[in-house]
Each structure stands twice: as structure tokens, then as C-alpha cells.
Design a protein around this ligand. Sequence first.
Ligand code: PAF
Length: 282
Amino acid sequence: MILCHTVKELAQAVSQAKAEGNSIGFIPTMGALHEGHLSLVRAAQANQNFTIVSVFVNPLQFGEKDDFNSYPRTLGVDARLLTDAGVDVLFAPNLAEVFPADLDLAEPVPGSIAEKFEGEFRPGHFAGMLKVVSRLFDLVAPDYAYFGEKDAQQLALVKQMVSEQITAGRREPMRVVSCPTIRDEHGLALSSRNSRLSEAEILISRSLQQALLAGASAGKKREQILSAAKAQLSAEARLEYLELVDPQSFEVVEQLPAGGGLLIIAAWVGDVRLIDNLLIGG
Ligand code: PAF
């Protein structure tokens, strides 16, 4: 595996891979890698891509009260995991490489999906996330980029941004590939933040998926679905939102749409904020 810290080193690795006729599969991450990230690596490799993973904790997507400082940083362990997984390039830049002072970047404007749920509770998060993703896509020029479905709003916004940029001639055609959420054996969706949960908090965190599953078998009406889900959520989890939405628009729906509805949840367990979702009734 080639470890690149600079944009110049990355550009060399990318142009060599392209000259050799490879398609590029890209997985942007903030590190503290787990099986969820490795499942994205495997999806990229299954598609015969030259696989590039970035590790960059993007300050622009953390709010003031957010957990930027306490976000786990484990580059040495991450590099070992990626080497063992057969990744071709790890791009681990610093802030000045990603956002140099003289960078003239057309900032992506997040659509209306960015105003709801995660966007409401984490103002500025999606603008910062799209800015770094767009910048990384400019640097890597991937043919495919892989994202997990756990961050459903992020995935929808990245797809929308890429499609708008391609239509506007600002970006070469590429595909954003969505990959299923990976869970531990108790159903807890894997997240880098889980490493900050105590054993007692892990037990509480499991109730998020239990809530989603209870909602999934509670009928077709929003009211029934939400109340069944709430009943399963641990009283010690502090709920931010639990909602039934249209999977494309993230508009609240009163009944399950024909293609299914997305049941989404965000809750704090201790000082860790967790999100999860489940497509139900599809
Ligand atoms: O999902 C994440 O880890 C981040 O939001 C991403 C896509 C790497 C951008 O910083």
C-alpha cells in the first residue's frame, strides 16, 4: 500500500493507476476504521477497482459543541488494517493539503434535504461534509465512490451533488455506490464513535436498532410505527429525532409509501451521538 500525505504524492499514484488502465474506487473516511469501512473497501475491490481510502478528520463538518477534539484518531492502526485489506493507496493529508489558503473552490450548495433532521441538529454539518467530499473527489477523480447507508442523508446529498456537478460539466462521470449498514452481532450499527461507549452505554445503544425493528413490524401508519419504536428505545437514550420519511426526499410521510419508508433515528447515549435508520415496508 502506498501512503500519501500530500496532494502531489496522491496525484502521482492516481495518474499511474489510470495510465495502467485501472478504474479508481474511492472510500473517503475520517479514520478510526471498523468493519463498516472495510465492507466499503471490499465492495470497491469486488468491482476490480484500484482502491484509494482517505483518512481526514474534517473540521468543517463538526459544530462548536461537536466532538471534533474527541473524535478518535488512530492512523497507525488504520494503516495496518488497510494494508491487510489490500488497499492500494491511503491518502492521509493534513488540513493545509486539503484546504490550502489559496484554494479557489466552488462550494457545493446543499439542497433542501440538508435542512432537515441531521441538518437541523448539526447546523453547517452538511455544507462542511459536501465541501470536503467535493474537494477529495477533485483530487482523486474516482470512477466509483463508496458510502454506507447508515449516514442516509449524507449519502442522498452526495449523490445529489455529484449528479448536479456532472450535469453542469464540473465533474467527469462517476458513480456513488451505496453499501448496506454493517452491525455488530447485537444489531448496533458500527460507527467510529462506538469506541467511546462504555459497556453500560453499549447496552443502551442497542435499543436504537430494537426501536427501528419494532417500528418495522407495527403496521403502515406513521403514528403506530413511531409509537412502537419509541416504546423499545431505552429510557436512558436521549432522543433527538425519530421519524418516518420518504427515502428520496426525507419529507415526513403519514403512511408507508409503496416503495417503503425510511425510519430514521438520532439519540445521545452518554456523550456519544448515534444515528441509525431502516428501510421498512419496501
Ligand atoms: O462519513 C464520513 O466519515 C465523513 O462524513 C466523510 C464522508 C469522510 C467526509 O468527511
